[in-house]
Design a protein around this ligand. Sequence first.
Ligand SMILES: [Zn+2]
Length: 131
Amino acid sequence: MARPTPTSCPCGLPAAYEDCCGRFHAGTAAAPTAEALMRSRYAAFVREDAAYLLRTWHPDTRPPGVAFDPGLTWVGLEVLGAEDGSAFHRRGTVTYRARYRDGGRSGSLHERSRFERVDGAWVYVDGDFID
Ligand SMILES: [Zn+2]
C-alpha cells in the first residue's frame, strides 16, 4: 500500500507534519525549546487539537477548555523573535505574528508569549498582545 504524501507542517517549517509538530502532538517527542512548543501549539490550533493545547498549558493559567471559532482559518505563522527558552533555560519568551482569515476578512495576532518548564516540559504560561 502506498504511503500518503506527507503534508507540510502548518507551523511554517519546511518539514512534513509527521516529522515536525506531529511528533509532539502524538506524544512521541517533546518540544525541545520554547519556540518549538510555540510552533506546535500554533499547528494544534490549525488542526483543532484541543487536548494538545490543554496539556501544553501551564496548570496555573490553563482554561477549562478550548473552543475553536468555526469561521476562522489560521493561514500562517511568523516567529519574530525568541529569548531564552533553550534546553538550558527554565523560562523563555517567543514573539510571533499569526495570520488568519475570518470570513472575508484578514487579520493577524501579534503576541509575545511566555513559556516555562513544568517537570522538564515546556508549557505556555500567558502572553501580551502587541499593537
Ligand atoms: Zn511544525
